[in-house]
Write a protein that binds this ligand. Structure first.
Ligand SMILES: C[S@@+](CC[C@H](N)C(=O)[O-])C[C@H]1O[C@@H](n2cnc3c(N)ncnc32)[C@H](O)[C@@H]1O
Length: 247
């Protein structure tokens, strides 16, 4: 797969994938979008602030930016949360490319990027497993989503659905994918994605998630936040679940 690093408008790097014909992040701001979608809107920062034990599942490890931002926040907040971060990635970038990304400039604990480089070195040979911090454990399954099965895991509390768009990466936006993730997740788990496409929301609804509207990052009108238990998302604007289920 050919990939190249590009600079976003907020100064943070992203990657352009020739294989999928898309950027890994919003070109207006990789760091800004990740913080908004996966940490602020989802309530994950709040859960870390109150020292909850947290299990996260990410669809698409990509550059590893989300794992870095997570560990950086845990470190800077002095949280005692125990965090397990499980991701999957079929086509990892090379350790050299990971080393060239400028994410250290955006972290309060920039030395975390050294550990990210170790993850990509491990991924050259198979799965990766490392403690980014004593209380933040990262595991990356190398392979297609369809080849992953969680073992001995606590149900996921937060799901980062960070695939490419449904147009170019349709296999990660099906009802079957959302259903299997739901069975691996806690009843009150929160799933977030930058995507506001009706077909993505319909797939979630058919799989037993309740999708809600949330304000999008960086000028995007909307993103999507879902839970299997709609009471978890009081305060967000619900979507017409019956209409979505019958799409
Ligand atoms: C939008 S990027 C992820 C961005 C990433 N979370 C980050 O912060 O850099 C989507 C990722 O999903 C991976 N991917 C796409 N389809 C996949 C599949 N079926 N199974 C596993 N990984 C897949 C791609 O290789 C890519 O790295």
């Amino acid at each position: 797969m050919t990939t190249r690093i590009e600079r976003c408008k907020d100064g943070s790097d992203t990657i352009y994938s020739d294989q999928f014909g898309q950027f890994y992040h919003n070109p207006n701001g990789a760091v800004a979008e990740s913080l908004h979608v996966f940490f602020e809107i989802s309530g994950l920062f709040d859960a870390i602030r109150v020292n909850q034990t947290i299990s996260v599942f990410e669809v698409g490890f990509g550059t590893g930016l989300n794992a870095l931002l997570l560990a950086d926040f845990v470190a800077q907040s002095g949280s005692n949360s125990q965090v397990n971060f499980q991701s999957i990635e079929a086509w990892p970038i090379s350790p050299e490319m990971a080393k060239s990304l400028n994410y250290g400039d955006f972290l309060k604990t920039p030395e975390l990027v050294k550990k990210l480089e170790i993850i990509f070195a491990q991924l050259e040979n198979g799965n990766a497993e490392i403690d980014l911090l004593q209380n933040v454990k990262v595991n990356v399954h190398k392979g297609l989503f369809s080849t992953f099965r969680p073992t001995n895991h606590t149900p996921y509390n937060f799901v980062f659905h960070d695939a490419f768009s449904p147009e170019v990466n349709p296999e990660l936006w099906t009802p079957d994918v959302f259903e299997v993730i739901r069975t691996w997740s806690a009843d009150d788990a929160v799933l977030t994605t930058y995507c506001a496409a009706t077909r993505a929301r319909a797939a979630m609804a058919m799989a037993g998630w309740f999708p809600f509207r949330a304000p999008g990052a960086l000028g995007k009108r909307e993103m999507t936040i879902s839970s299997a238990n709609p009471r978890t998302l009081d305060g967000f604007k619900p979507l017409d679940i019956e209409k979505l289920r019958n799409k």
